[in-house]
Design a protein around this ligand. Structure first.
Ligand SMILES: [Zn+2]
Length: 148
């Protein structure tokens, strides 16, 4: 799954976020037939946004879609999704969430399981490294992201 186009897109997005001086988390929403519906990265610092986490950016960049477009969809994200993003995945009935890593943060994985969603954690080295470096360099920005 490390080689899935959706995951590769999510990691590319995370790196874009890092290059912009933002929170290096990326995501991509992929339809059941493998089409990338939308991709994006955390834009809190860049846009002064309270809600544009990576998964929210991917959903936003997917645009307005009928419920059928999300059927069987997968959300790829480089970091375990927070409560807000977990809720958005549940709202849009995303079937599967594939997570780059959950060593630096664990979000709503148990809740996703409890609601019948498939959750896969890849424990990806590159994702872990991006977050470790960021948390060390910008702890204040990171704490804002997870409301600490
Ligand atoms: Zn989030």
């Amino acid at each position: 799954m490390d080689q899935d186009p959706g995951f590769i897109a999510a990691v590319e997005e995370a790196k874009k976020g890092a290059a912009e001086g933002g929170v290096p988390i990326g995501a991509a929403l992929v339809s059941k037939d493998g089409q990338i519906l939308g991709r994006g990265h955390n834009m809190r610092a860049q846009n002064g946004s309270a809600i544009l986490h990576a998964e929210m950016s991917a959903l936003e960049n997917s645009g307005r879609l009928p419920a059928s477009a999300y059927e069987g969809a997968t959300m790829y994200t480089t970091l375990s999704p927070c409560d807000m993003c977990t809720g958005a995945c549940l709202l849009y009935k995303v079937k599967r969430v594939i997570i780059g890593e959950n060593k630096n943060f664990v979000g709503g994985e148990d809740y996703l399981h409890a609601r019948g969603r498939e959750v896969v954690v890849l424990d990806n080295k590159e994702c872990k490294h991006l977050m470790e470096k960021f948390i060390k360099e910008k702890p204040g920005l990171w704490n804002e992201d997870i409301s600490v």
